[in-house]
Write a protein that binds this ligand. Structure first.
Ligand SMILES: [Zn+2]
Length: 427
C-alpha cells in the first residue's frame, strides 16, 4: 500500500489535492493495479477476478456483500462468527472485542438491512489520519477535547484516543438529553455528530441548556441539510465541515472553500446515472485502501448531484452540488412530455424557506399520486396554501405536474420522518 498514515495525514492537511483529471486517472490506475496484485488474490471470492476487467466484477451491494462475506474477506473470518462478535458488543455497549487484530462493526442503514464491516489496525490508522489531517483545529499540537456522537462505537473510532486528545464517545442509543450535562462538562473543542444531532445540540445551546464553544464542528453519517447547517452556524458561529462517510469508507469531505469533494485519492467512483439532465448518479465505489473486507464495485443507495464547475480551492476531485439522499427517497413527478422529472429536495426546502410566514419544520411525504405536506407553524392557514402554490410553480418550472397535495399541521410521528424531511412511501 502506498498510503501510510503519516503521508495520508499530511496530504489531508496540507495537500492541495489533485490538479487535474489526468492526475487523478494516473493515481487511480496505480491504485487499481495494486488492488489486483496485493489485495484481490488474498480474497477467495475475488482472486479469480484479479485479472479481469472491472466491468466483469460482480456488482456488489450490502445484501450481496453479506451473502458472500466469508469468501470476500481476506482474514478468513466466517460471517456467523463476525456477526456473533458484533452483536455481542452492540448489546453490551463494549466495543473492544476483535477477531485477531481485526475490529468487527455492525451497521444498520436507513433501509434496516444489517451490514458487517471489518477494519484492521492499518485501516483504522489511515482513517484517523485522514480525518485528523483534514479537521484537526490549529495549532496542530494543542490538546483537543473531542465529542463524538455515534449510533454505535467501535474500535475504529477508539483508535483516535491518544495523548493529544481527550476523546469522549456519546452513544446515540441512550437517551439524548441525558448526554447534555456531560457534553457541557467536557466542553469539546471538536464536535462530531450526525447532521440532525448537530441540529438538536444547537437547539439545546440556543435554549441555554448547554454552553459549549467548539472550534470545529463536523457533520458525519448522514446528509447535512441546509436547515441544520444554518442553525448550527447561527448558534456556534461556525460553518460545519462535512465528512461524507459510511461504514463503506470516507467517501468525501468538504474543502476549505466549503464544497464537498469526492475522496478520489482512495476510492474510484463509477456512476450509475439515474437522471441525465442533472447527471444525478448512485456511486459504484471501489476502495484502494480496504484490505480486510475489500469494497469493490459496490453500489451505494445515495444519490449524488455532481457540480460541473471547478472548485475555487483548486482541487480537481469531483465536486458535488449536494447529496440528494437515498435513491428510494427521490421525488419523481410526471413530466408533461411523459418523461418523469427529478425534483430536488433542495428545491422543496427553498420553497419552504421562502414562504411569507415562518415555518419551524416540515415533512413532504409522497405516496403514489399524493403528496402529504406537514408544516410545523403557527399560521398553517397561510403557510399551507402558499406552499401548495410554490410547489405548483416549481413543478411548472421543471416541466412536470405536482401531485395532489394535502397539508397537515404539525409533524408526523413515523420513525422515518425523524430522519428525513422528504420521504417517498411505497405501497
Ligand atoms: Zn474545493
Amino acid at each position: 500500500m502506498n498510503a501510510p498514515p503519516l503521508r495520508a495525514f499530511l496530504t489531508a492537511r496540507y495537500g492541495r489535492g489533485f490538479r487535474s483529471r489526468t492526475e487523478i486517472e494516473a493515481w487511480q490506475a496505480a491504485g487499481m493495479a495494486r488492488l489486483r496484485k496485493t489485495i484481490m488474490p488474498r480474497s477467495p471470492f475475488y482472486a479469480a477476478h484479479a485479472s479481469r476487467p472491472i466491468a466483469d466484477w460482480p456488482l456488489m451491494n450490502k445484501a450481496r456483500l453479506m451473502e458472500h462475506f466469508t469468501g470476500i474477506n481476506t482474514c478468513g473470518i466466517h460471517r456467523d462468527h463476525a456477526l456473533e462478535v458484533a452483536l455481542r458488543s452492540e448489546e453490551s455497549r463494549d466495543f473492544s472485542p476483535m477477531i485477531g487484530g481485526v475490529a468487527v462493526g455492525l451497521s444498520t442503514g436507513t433501509s434496516g438491512q444489517r451490514g458487517l464491516f471489518l477494519t484492521n489496525g492499518r485501516e483504522r490508522a489511515l482513517w484517523a489520519a485522514v480525518m485528523c489531517g483534514r479537521f484537526w483545529p490549529a495549532p496542530l499540537l494543542s490538546r483537543q477535547r473531542i465529542a463524538f456522537f455515534l449510533r454505535a462505537n467501535n474500535a475504529l473510532y477508539e483508535s483516535l484516543s491518544n495523548a493529544l486528545m481527550q476523546f469522549r464517545f456519546y452513544d446515540l442509543l441512550s437517551d439524548f438529553p441525558a448526554h447534555l450535562p456531560e457534553l457541557n462538562r467536557q466542553n469539546p473543542t471538536v464536535l462530531i455528530a450526525p447532521a440532525q444531532i448537530l441540529g438538536l445540540i444547537a437547539k439545546a445551546q440556543q435554549r441555554g441548556e448547554i454552553g459549549i464553544a467548539p472550534k470545529r464542528i463536523i457533520s458525519v453519517a448522514e446528509v447535512l441539510s441546509p436547515e441544520d447547517s444554518t442553525l448550527t452556524e447561527t448558534v456556534f458561529g461556525l460553518r460545519p465541515d462535512q465528512a461524507y462517510q459510511c461504514t463503506e469508507g470516507v467517501l468525501g469531505y468538504s474543502c476549505r472553500h466549503g464544497s464537498l469533494h469526492l475522496n478520489e485519492r482512495y476510492i474510484r467512483f463509477d456512476r450509475d446515472v439515474i437522471d441525465d439532465e442533472t447527471g444525478a448518479f448512485c456511486p459504484v465505489i471501489t476502495d484502494f485502501t480496504r484490505e480486510s473486507l475489500p469494497i469493490l464495485r459496490y453500489r451505494l443507495d445515495d444519490v449524488l448531484i455532481p457540480d460541473p464547475d471547478p472548485c475555487p480551492c483548486g482541487c480537481a476531485s469531483q465536486r458535488l452540488t449536494r447529496i440528494e439522499g437515498r435513491a428510494d427517497d427521490i421525488l419523481w413527478w410526471p413530466g408533461v412530455d411523459g418523461r418523469p422529472r427529478l425534483v430536488p429536495s433542495d428545491a422543496i426546502r427553498q420553497a419552504v424557506a421562502t414562504l411569507p410566514v415562518p415555518v419551524r419544520d416540515y415533512r413532504v411525504i409522497q405516496q403514489g399520486e399524493r403528496l402529504d405536506i406537514w408544516l410545523d407553524t403557527s399560521v398553517p392557514e397561510i403557510a399551507g396554501p402558499a406552499l401548495q402554490h410554490a410547489l405548483t410553480r416549481l413543478a411548472a418550472g421543471l416541466g412536470c405536474r405536482a401531485p395532489a397535495m394535502q397539508v397537515h399541521r404539525g409533524l408526523p410521528a413515523s420513525p422515518d420522518a425523524k430522519r428525513r424531511r422528504v420521504i417517498v412511501k411505497r405501497a
